[in-house]
Ligand binder design. Structure first.
Ligand code: SF4
Ligand code: SF4
Length: 299
């Protein structure tokens, strides 16, 4: 591996995500990863080798309150997952976003507890409950087993606007909490029954009537399965316009996190433009900042 200059994050960069794979073994109808064959090209096709992910992680200089998040798709499906969590230097703390379909005993045997241990207002391992896709009884059992093994784990589910689904999630949350399991809900984003749900900072950015141009700047480092760095989740899932590669020797020149031209305003992913809590759990943050919007029909 060539001499990779360290990547020191600026204070305004507050999320680093390595998407090990966009593949998943569930088929949630609302999946924003568009895993059902639509993710192609740069983002969907190539996968970096485990040793490359290790090198990519080892060059990060992270603040104590900023982990490297492994996500996907389902990141534990990536063949080198256990190698990565074992071989990356100990100072890199990781978070994991998972559907918990992995074999829990194999996970406990192969993952050092310290890798996913840090002080934070939320669990480092965040497992998602998708009604109709994964089984809550199995998730509860696995959560307890992981807790007994010393891991801090939380369950998350989207609070769907449909009254029946919402009631089910809230009941499940109550039950999990009575069992000593941290169960949190997430806002539903996107369209349901003809209405757009979610609070977005920029009008017309999600599901916009037309596509416009703008300048956009992100506070996140988003790395796709092939190692490409993208401006946002929309670019990642669309496999378009990577700004650099995580194994480029010196990333300083790529100007990651500076304003860049985008020709897809109106096709933004809700994750990037929704108003949300930051890593200190303070509400009002958006992942991207957008200016000079042209040609998009808003409102
Ligand atoms: S578990 Fe996540 S990545 Fe997998 S299909 Fe469901 S929403 Fe998509
Ligand atoms: S404007 Fe939207 S699609 Fe374009 S880079 Fe920003 S978040 Fe991504």
């Amino acid at each position: 591996m060539a001499n990779l200059a360290p990547i020191k994050l600026r204070p305004d960069q507050n999320y680093v995500a390595y998407f090990l794979t966009l593949g998943c073994n569930l088929r949630c109808p609302y999946c924003i990863n568009l895993h059902s064959g639509k993710v192609t090209g740069a983002a969907g096709g190539r996968q970096m080798l485990p040793e490359d992910w290790v090198a990519a992680a080892n060059r990060l200089i992270l603040r104590d309150d900023l982990p490297l998040t492994l996500q996907g798709g389902e990141p534990t499906l990536y063949k080198g997952f256990y190698r990565i969590v074992n071989e990356v230097k100990g100072s890199i703390k990781m978070d994991l976003l998972t559907n918990m379909s992995f074999d829990v005993e194999e996970f406990i045997k192969n993952v050092p507890v310290g890798r996913f241990t840090r002080e934070a207002p939320y669990a480092a391992i965040r497992a998602s409950y998708h009604p109709g896709q994964n089984d809550i009884e199995e998730l509860i059992e696995k959560t307890k087993r992981l807790q007994d093994a010393g891991f801090r784990i939380g369950l998350y589910s989207v609070l769907h606007p449909s009254p029946e689904k919402k009631e089910h999630i809230l009941k499940t949350q109550k039950r999990c909490r009575s069992l000593g399991i941290d169960f949190r809900t997430k806002e539903f984003l996107g369209k349901w029954n003809g209405s757009l749900y979610g609070t977005y900072k920029y009008d017309g950015s999600v599901g916009g009537k037309t596509i416009g141009s703008c300048e956009c700047k992100t506070s996140e480092i988003i790395v796709g399965p092939g190692g490409d760095i993208y401006k946002c989740h929309s670019d990642l899932y669309g496999g378009r316009d990577p700004v650099a590669h995580i194994l480029d020797e010196d990333l300083a020149e790529a100007g990651i996190g500076s304003f860049k031209e985008c020709l897809y305003y109106g096709r933004c992913n809700p994750c990037d433009v929704k108003v949300k809590t930051d890593r200190f759990q303070i509400f009002g943050h958006t992942s991207v900042e957008i200016k000079n919007i042209k040609g998009a029909k808003v409102g």
